[in-house]
Design a binder for this molecule. Structure first.
Ligand SMILES: Cc1cc2nc3c(=O)[nH]c(=O)nc-3n(C[C@H](O)[C@H](O)[C@H](O)COP(=O)(O)O)c2cc1C
Length: 414
């Protein structure tokens, strides 16, 4: 996996020698829709399942000329939304036990497989009991590859991490606490859902029903339904997911991301387009970062940050709580973030990194999972933030004086 990271570095040479023209009229569709004759269930009519809307529903509509773009509960690189969500549900009053596909813009569940004595539990290493919910997250690489080419593999993992964060938050808000797992037979499930290398399962979150059950493999494969209106092949992304399936799987009882969470926090979460260059109080910075630093360390993720404008803290480069070098690095932060003003005008620009020896996909997914907590805390505190996936990798490493892989940047401020 390490080589996939290195091959997708943005270097100064690439930046200056490969200007990209993107024809926005060719953007593939960013929502999978099963055919009209499938049974649909409007989630507004199911009180006990109303938390699912917070997984991905549209919370804001942006107008670009004549075009409307629906922005969702999750941030997404380029707003391309490569993730799809499938949900196996058992024993929910008024709903057939089955495998459903979630349609975020319609806030509906489409029944794609009714359960009999079969179920998805069979494909998971650790399940000995029936699960009430299994939330499966997949990626549709072409949606992202269309714009970002090979670099997409990173954004697909990061978007998945945010998607996991959004699902977990939605569950926590309704009092349930899922376990995250990549420990399932992804290849088998990709085949059973007939993804045909156009879509790939990445991770699952589950809630145990606590009942022993003799569950059988799925009775039949599902039909192929395209997740985009058209596709172009991208062997690099296919190769990446073949390797992803072989990376050591993991399971994690997910820690709650944000104690300040409520419906309004989710509805108003947005990425900052331009900071006003105002300072951030040290207290707010601590509220956002104290828990985050502890948690990231336990997950093998090392966070550096450039303090551009945090009150009561000397300007400089920090790693967790230690100052590595004092100085005004605003210009440097902008350069590193591919000259994006977000880097310099933020009060703090955070760098999520991990050792080259760490499990690459796991660290990347979990970085974005943690970054999702920053988004939510900023939303709760009336602050701004933005994820930044476009940065000069080697220049970041040199400036931070680390050989770690640089996985993700987050800018926080006002
Ligand atoms: C993985 C990832 C990378 C991103 N990279 C950038 C970036 O480099 N520059 C930027 O301005 N926004 C970036 N964003 C923010 C997206 O543009 C934003 O999430 C998207 O337009 C949807 O808007 P919203 O977050 O306000 O809903 C990134 C978001 C994610 C999740």
């Amino acid at each position: 996996m390490q080589t996939f990271h290195e091959k997708t570095n943005i270097t100064l040479k690439k930046y200056y020698s490969e200007p990209q023209f993107i024809d926005y009229t060719t953007q593939p569709s960013s929502q999978k829709i099963y055919p009209h004759f499938y049974r649909r269930f409007n989630l507004d009519e199911y009180e006990t399942l109303s938390f699912i809307k917070n997984f991905a529903q549209a919370t804001f509509t942006k107008q670009y000329g004549k075009e409307h773009v629906n922005l969702r509960t999750t941030p997404s690189a380029g707003g391309l939304y490569p993730c799809e969500i499938y949900i196996q549900i058992r024993k929910v009053k008024g709903l057939l036990s089955g495998v459903y596909h979630y349609e975020p813009l319609q806030n509906a569940l489409t029944l794609i497989h009714e359960l009999s004595n079969d179920g998805l539990e069979v494909y998971f290493e650790e399940f000995t009991t029936a699960q009430q919910f299994i939330f499966l997250i997949s990626c549709v690489p072409f949606r992202t590859v269309w714009k970002y080419e090979d670099r997409s593999i990173r954004y697909l993992l990061l978007d998945s991490g945010h998607q996991i964060g959004a699902v977990n938050t939605a569950c926590n808000l309704s009092g349930i606490h899922p376990t995250l797992s990549t420990n399932f037979d992804k290849e088998k499930l990709n085949a059973l859902f007939r993804f045909q290398n156009k879509e790939y399962f990445v991770a699952a979150l589950s809630i145990d029903l606590g009942q022993e059950a003799n569950i059988k493999p799925l009775r039949e494969a599902l039909p192929f339904v395209p997740a985009c209106d058209y596709y172009l092949p991208h062997p690099f992304a296919d190769d990446f997911f073949t390797h992803y399936n072989k990376e050591a799987p993991f399971s994690l009882a997910l820690p709650s991301l944000c104690s300040l969470i409520n419906q309004q926090v989710i509805d108003t979460r947005r990425s900052c387009r331009a900071f006003k260059n105002e300072s951030l109080s040290f207290n707010d910075f601590k509220t956002i970062c104290t828990e985050l630093f502890e948690l990231s360390t336990s997950l093998g993720i090392e966070i550096f940050y450039i303090n551009n404008n945090i009150e009561e803290l000397p300007l400089g480069l920090y790693k967790n709580v230690s100052c590595l070098k004092e100085g005004d690095f605003r210009q440097k932060a902008q350069e590193l973030a591919l000259y994006q003003a977000l880097g310099a005008k933020s009060a703090a620009t955070l760098f999520f990194t991990t050792s080259k020896k760490s499990a690459y996909a796991k660290s990347t997914i979990l970085s974005a999972y943690l970054a999702h907590s920053i988004y939510l805390k900023c939303s709760a505190l009336g602050l701004q933030c933005s994820g930044v996936g476009a940065y000069f990798d080697e220049e970041c490493q040199t400036f931070l004086q680390t050989s770690n892989n640089i996985l993700y940047l987050i800018c926080i401020g006002k």
